[in-house]
Design a protein around this ligand. Structure first.
Ligand SMILES: [Fe+2]
Ligand SMILES: [Fe+2]
Length: 243
């Protein structure tokens, strides 16, 4: 088991950073990501407001850029492990000094955390151009696992930020998926993903994407050589099971 330095962000592609932390006791990791572009800094699913959890994420962000340089936070759905920390960011950098982007259904719940910054809603297929050749495409993923859930595809990095899809539970966590990750993914996906028809709908939406890396919100980053087997594992998996 490789312990990750809690103070160090990991650059997974040029100017794309993993700023998460592993919970070895619970057997899963929490994976916020940071995109640093010319004049934009985008934080994806910042996570928990627990002082340890947010402390690790914050220090990692600040090892790359000042917190105040964040221009946008993308929230893939409303769970506390994705967005409970946003009021803490507001406290430090000011309400309204960054944009929050999510779906309309998720936007309804963001203020429940005490978030005061206005939330921008995006729809299925909305494309946000960061710089020439660098776009973020938002793809809704209904019932995986929330009705208003979405994922984000980054055209420059060819990365799918997949939120709780392709996520994994494992006490033997590693930053990059190893040969055991498909089993970890099954353990997470069976109870969390609601129904096979929704999984198939999602897989149809991403089938034409050139995916170099899948970056889930829990578990391990799936590199290109394991993307196909991860997709096929989800396609064949019986989900909506709590045992
Ligand atoms: Fe979730
Ligand atoms: Fe989650």
């Amino acid at each position: 088991m490789t312990e990750i330095d809690p103070e160090t962000a990991v650059e997974i592609k040029p100017d794309l950073w993993w700023v998460g932390w592993p919970d070895y006791h619970a057997g899963f990791s929490n994976n916020p990501y940071l995109i640093v572009e010319e004049d934009q800094v985008i934080l994806i699913d910042p996570g928990s407001r627990h002082e340890d959890h947010w402390g690790w994420v914050k220090r990692k962000i600040e090892s790359v850029v000042p917190l105040s340089s964040i221009t946008m936070i993308i929230v893939h759905h409303q769970d506390p492990d994705l967005c409970a920390a946003i009021p803490l960011i507001e406290e430090e950098v000011g309400v309204g000094n960054f944009e929050i982007v999510t779906t309309e259904r998720t936007a309804l719940f963001i203020p429940y955390y005490g978030v005061k910054t206005e939330v921008t809603s995006v729809e299925d297929g909305t494309v946000l151009e960061l710089t020439e050749g660098h776009e973020l495409k938002f793809i809704t993923t209904p019932y995986l696992h929330f009705p208003g859930a979405m994922v984000t595809y980054d055209t420059k990095y060819k990365v799918l930020f997949s939120s709780d899809i392709f996520a994994g539970f494992s006490i033997d966590w590693s930053l990059y998926a190893n040969e055991y990750y498909l089993e970890a993914m099954k353990v997470f996906s069976q109870p969390y993903l609601s129904h096979h028809k929704h999984v198939l709908n999602f897989l149809r939406k991403i089938e034409d994407l050139d995916i170099d890396m899948i970056c889930p919100q829990h578990g391990s980053i799936i590199p290109r050589d394991r993307v196909r087997e991860a997709i096929e594992t989800l396609r064949d998996l019986e989900v909506g099971i709590w045992e």
